[in-house]
Ligand binder design. Structure first.
Ligand code: LLP
Length: 432
């Protein structure tokens, strides 16, 4: 019935996150409200760490891709679970460092890092900077020289693999703004340049082919290509790079009909592919990095809204308007993403309605979904949208000057605020 283990139903038929009745949470904190399960996040982190141990002799590290959900408490949890961290901006880096995340386990990505972001990374002692382009490589070498630092880097490579996912979230193919292309020789030229930079230590390669991917084959093909490229580098440049970052992108179940492969099965297959390719090319098995974001936090979160107006347009559709929308979850507007919704107070009852769940912005496209099956809904009901833990809070906006909802973390039967609700005063705080 549910898309995540952290969701349950109590005797009253109310949806619960772990052991907390979400109707009580909505009453206590108000709506709209993001609710996350700490146990689920930790469990997901362990799945990655354990799979690396089980199928790859522990010769790797899972990094949490913080773009999926970045706040101090999530960084603390990732740190506690001994994950590494992928950050992609000065803001994410600052959040991680403020949360006490060990900087040597931070990997700093991004296709257009500014000089001040790179300086901050050098000053915080970021472990690895994932360099995207030649301008960045030159700038970083200069900035590191000025500080008399030798900075470890990886190079972002476009392996030329087309992952079958939404156009906006595909990144591995040649027509992508990220990284150096393999097939044009750009990546090899970048390797040569990097090894010649006196204040740069090239430790390996990074790639990421896209997000919400269900098919394991593109990942396996990518692993094969990247190991092949490592061997080619040894041949042409004479250096043996030992680290390979295979990126994130593992799909999660948003609706009951979706069936993502089990992560262990992926890890087992990718491990076999790497070992086979390495032995074929007589190359030492690299230390690998995995970079999951969505699959760590996505299933662990739900969003609660209060139903306002219900407009049935006979023969057309029923609009159910809620007190949030595209400002806290822009994913339907952006990618036509699918979600499972429910009346949180009638969680076990049959879904008898089909609704368009509409937000409260002054915008027709402000929808959470269309033609969604749901139990009976009327004004005042609490509706839950499931699997909103990834790319909702982190992609929230202030369109129409809507304050962002708070984030509540649940652990067993306890709840706590990890991000406070914004107020109207917060919205004018930067105005002069
Ligand atoms: N590593 C890199 C370099 C990435 O660019 C990303 C995601 C990840 C790791 C994590 O991928 P994940 O495991 O979460 O799929 N806003 C879109 C998703 C954009 C993903 C961007 N990069 C969405 O809401 O679906």
């Amino acid at each position: 019935m549910f898309v995540a283990d952290c969701l349950q139903v109590n005797q009253e038929g109310h949806l619960c996150v772990e052991q907390r009745d979400v109707l009580e949470l909505a009453a206590k904190y108000g709506t709209p409200l993001y609710v996350m399960s700490e146990t689920q996040i930790r469990k997901n982190c362990r799945l990655y760490q354990d799979s690396l141990k089980r199928f790859y002799d522990g010769n790797g590290l899972a990094l949490y891709a913080s773009k999926a959900f970045c706040c101090k408490e999530i960084c603390r949890i990732a740190s506690d679970e001994e994950m590494g961290l992928d950050v992609v901006s000065g803001g994410e880096l600052y959040t991680a460092v403020s949360a006490g995340f060990p900087s040597e386990r931070i990997y700093f990505h991004g296709n257009n890092k500014t000089a001040s972001e790179l300086v901050a990374a050098l000053e915080y002692g970021v472990g690895t900077i994932v360099v995207d382009n030649l301008e960045e490589l030159e700038m970083l070498d200069r900035l590191a020289a000025a500080k008399n630092i030798c900075q470890e880097i990886m190079l972002r490579v476009k392996p030329g693999v087309d992952a079958h996912t939404h156009n906006f979230i595909r990144t591995g193919q040649i027509d992508s703004k990220f990284g150096f292309a393999l097939e044009t020789g750009e990546a090899m030229a970048a390797v040569k340049k990097a090894v010649s930079c006196p204040h740069i230590i090239l430790t390996g390669l990074h790639c990421h082919i896209g997000s919400q991917i269900f098919d394991t084959e593109p990942f396996l093909l990518t692993a094969r290509i990247m190991v092949g490229f490592l061997a080619q580098i040894r041949k042409q440049v004479g250096c043996e790079l030992r680290k390979l970052n295979l990126g994130g992108g593992f799909g999660i179940q948003y609706t009951p009909d979706q069936d993502p492969p089990a992560y262990e099965a992926y890890m087992k297959r990718v491990s076999t592919v790497i070992h086979e390719t390495c032995s074929l090319l007589d190359f030492p098995t690299p230390f690998i990095l995995m970079e999951p974001g969505r699959s760590i936090v996505g299933p662990a979160g739900i969003t609660l809204y209060t139903v306002g107006a219900v407009k049935e347009i006979p023969g057309v559709r029923t609009y159910v308007s809620v007190d949030g929308g595209m400002t806290d979850n822009p994913r339907y507007a952006l990618y036509q993403s699918e979600y499972q919704i429910m009346n949180a107070g009638l969680a076990t009852q049959e879904k008898t309605m089909r609704v368009t769940l509409a937000g409260h912005c002054c915008e027709s496209g402000d929808l959470i979904g269309e033609n969604l099956p749901v139990q009976h809904l009327e004004k005042g009901d609490i509706v839950a949208v499931l699997s909103t833990g990834a790319y909702n809070y982190s992609m929230a906006s202030h369109y129409n000057r809507m304050p962002n909802p708070p984030v509540i973390m649940v652990k067993a039967d306890q709840d706590r605020v990890i991000v406070r609700r914004e107020t109207w005063e917060d919205l004018v705080r930067m105005d002069v």
